[in-house]
Ligand binder design. Structure first.
Ligand code: UD1
Length: 424
């Protein structure tokens, strides 16, 4: 079997205009939410990264009929014939987001059979918040042969107080209660933009869901939900990764679709590094003119509106070449500094203590053979490769492809010397 790898050479400053893809984390959960309807739903602006393909297979296994138009970025998903509430273990192991169908299945069938999900190896990532929330509402759980059997015949609406604003747990509770008579509240809920896109979709279906500042979500159950058409929001994480590709190569890039209003903390750090950032009208669209002398900055990853953990690794790559000392504290996942070892192979000066990485900027990075261990680590290594002398080869490409749709040709079209290769 041949091994896929990405070959990257030191590139000229990336420049031009790039079109963004739809947000992977919004599409995945919105696809799961369609199980609450019976009929034909249409999603546009859909990226076809690997995780989306898995979710298509998952829905098909449950009985959905899915029509894919890759050129148009469209999915038509007919949920009329959903007949199964069991998600096969093989699918669950491939992608953590498979757990997101649990809430919808419980709402539709009063039961669900799922397994412990897989996905990126960036920490423990248990699903205890999800299970605890449903058991507080009256669901029961038993396990056999890797499956968790959930029974939720008699759910009752309650007020949930989350210990941590988990994105997935918030989404599952919302989907699990949209059809539950009475008022469910989630206090200390996740209010990531992708959660808000899910809420917009559910309200279009006919749900009654409100977000109360700062982080409470109130769900007034309705008796049925109708199929919808929806355009998926643009991907702020792809936007951030592309802006960093321009930043690390000293380039200039426009992203007319970038959802700038949900990128405030990230964009202000780019400015603190010395890059010039201009926003489009109505906070949509971002233009970066990169500085040739970036400065170090320090930050902590946090739930939204804080700095997103999914941009921590790409930002670290850029900071490897910034003058001075940057300190990054990863607070969301406990094993999300694996890319440090790979960046060190390229000449980066980084030390780790617990969940904190200290980066002392160097003048040059050097191409090396590196391995991507998760989606965002892959993005970080690609960025470092664009700025490193010589050439870099990155394996573990499947991780990158889980979260980014056609990122290699996109970077190449902006001037990146990057290509996908296969070795026998
Ligand atoms: C989602 C995103 C992922 C992003 C993350 C944080 C999707 C498909 N994925 O993942 O890209 O990095 O949000 O912004 O939307 N936790 C528990 N118990 C639980 C659930 C979570 O301890 O039951 C912990 C996790 O291990 C982690 C933290 O809570 O340390 C945050 O996880 P969570 O917000 O749930 O992330 P995901 O929904 O898995």
């Amino acid at each position: 079997m041949s091994t896929e790898y990405i070959r990257i050479e030191k590139s000229q400053p990336l420049s031009g205009i790039a079109q963004l893809a739809g947000a992977k984390n919004a599409v995945l959960v919105i696809m799961a939410s369609l199980l609450l309807t019976e009929g034909k739903n249409k999603l546009t602006n859909v990226p076809f990264s690997e995780d989306i393909r898995h979710m298509i297979r998952l829905l098909e296994m449950l009985g959905a009929v899915v029509e894919v138009d890759k050129d148009m970025g469209t999915l038509v998903i007919d949920t009329t014939l959903i007949s199964s509430f069991r998600v096969p273990v093989e699918i669950m192991k491939r992608m953590r987001a498979s757990i997101l169908v649990m809430g919808s299945l419980l709402a539709r069938f009063g039961k669900a059979e799922v397994a412990l999900p897989g996905g990126c190896s960036i920490g423990e990532r248990p699903i205890d918040y999800h299970l605890k929330a449903f058991s507080k509402m009256g669901a029961t759980f038993s396990t056999s042969n890797e499956y968790i059997h959930c029974n939720a015949d008699k759910l009752r609406p309650i007020t949930h107080i989350l210990d941590y604003p988990s994105v997935g747990a918030t989404e599952n509770i919302i989907m699990g209660t949209a059809l539950l008579k009475g008022t469910t509240r989630i206090i200390n809920a996740s209010v990531e933009p992708e959660v808000l896109d899910l809420i917009e979709v559910l309200n279009k279906m006919g749900a009654h869901i409100r977000v109360l500042a700062p982080a409470t979500i109130e769900i007034e159950g309705v008796s049925s939900l109708e199929p919808i058409d929806h355009q998926i929001m643009y991907d702020r994480l792809e936007a951030g990764s592309l802006l960093l590709a321009a930043a690390i190569t000293g380039g200039e890039l426009s992203l007319p679709d970038a959802p700038a209003r949900s990128m405030t903390v990230f964009l202000s750090l780019l400015e603190e590094m010395g890059h010039s950032i201009t926003l489009g009208d109505n906070n949509t669209g971002v233009h970066i003119q990169a500085t040739q002398e970036p400065r170090a900055v320090s930050f902590k990853t946090m739930p939204y509106p804080g700095f997103p953990t999914d941009l921590q690794a790409p930002m670290m790559a850029a900071l490897c070449l910034a003058s001075g000392k940057s300190v990054i504290h990863e607070t969301v996942f406990e094993n999300r500094l694996v890319h440090v070892r790979e960046l060190q192979k390229m000449g980066a000066q980084i030390s780790i203590e617990g969940q904190t990485a200290t980066i002392v900027g160097v003048d040059e990075l050097y191409g090396a053979a590196v391995i991507a261990s998760d989606i965002r680590a892959g993005a970080a290594l690609v960025l470092a490769g664009l700025a490193a002398h010589g050439h870099t080869t990155m394996t573990g490409v499947h991780h990158l492809k889980r979260g980014y749709d056609a990122i290699v040709p996109k970077l190449a079209s902006l001037g990146g010397r990057i290509s996908t290769q296969f070795e026998e």
